[in-house]
Design a protein. Structure first.
Length: 247
């Protein structure tokens, strides 16, 4: 009953092999997040081919919006594409704000505008939001303040700004990262999820990150919290099921 609530398997070599290794390790659910038109389509294809994979479709603030600099017409077209595939997805993601890579205020303002549009879309489709926030927490939380859907903060590192009522997905990097171990201690078990963000953030030097690392991540989380690993695993699965499989 292990779950990876935020991954990018479509960007990896041999996605089918990655998924098979995860399933062999006991991972029953992988939420593949899109970041733009190409990966959104790829996420839908993976979900159609593999029962253990579910699609989340989104528009990333830096990896797509600022790198690709799409026209307003292109953005509107992709939002309509997501709307048209609402029955095939479990969440809107990956969306949010990124002020680490993006310094230009005009581009940041465009991120905020897109973020608001994605929140409205999530509310319209009644889907949870999977949110990327990097050095943008003040604006991010201000924009999310009156949202009407559940929020998952992905790979969150601003520990002093944890918000009650939000879900937080703990990356597999928790196996070796003290900062993510601190996050695992602070987040309520009732609002905790697990993720890889694969192929990034591998906990093992020289190895690409992948969902098959989720069992070791659960062990690490259970250890830092002083909990039984099976109890931790089932609590996180229950959170994931409530958020993504019943939406």
């Amino acid at each position: 009953m292990f779950v990876d609530c935020h991954c990018h398997i479509d960007s990896m070599q041999d996605p089918a092999g990655v998924i098979q290794r995860a399933e062999d390790a006991g991972v029953c659910l992988m939420v593949n997040n899109g970041i733009g038109p190409k990966s959104n389509k790829a996420s839908l294809k993976l979900a159609a081919r593999h029962k253990s994979v579910k699609a989340a479709l989104g528009l990333h603030p830096s990896d797509w919006l600022c790198k690709e600099n799409p026209s307003d017409a292109t953005i509107a077209k992709e939002i309509e594409f997501i709307r048209n595939h609402k029955k095939e997805i479990v969440a809107i993601g990956e969306v949010g704000l990124d002020y680490y890579w993006v310094k230009d205020e005009a581009q940041r303002a465009r991120q905020r505008d897109l973020f608001r549009r994605m929140i409205l879309l999530a509310e319209e489709l009644k889907k949870p939001l999977i949110v990327h926030s990097r050095l943008a927490e003040k604006d991010c939380f201000s924009i999310l303040q009156n949202r009407k859907v559940p929020v998952v903060m992905h790979c969150f590192t601003a520990l002093e700004q944890i918000q009650l009522g939000f879900y937080y997905s703990i990356p597999a990097k928790v196996i070796t990262s003290l900062s993510f171990q601190e996050l695992a201690k602070k987040v309520s078990l009732s609002h905790m999820l697990t993720e890889t963000d694969c192929p990034l953030l591998s906990p093992y030097t020289g190895r690409q990150n992948e969902p098959s690392f989720m069992p070791a991540a659960i062990q690490a989380i259970a250890q830092v919290r002083g909990l039984d690993p099976k109890e931790t695993e089932m609590a996180i699965f229950s959170n994931c099921q409530k958020l993504f499989l019943m939406s």
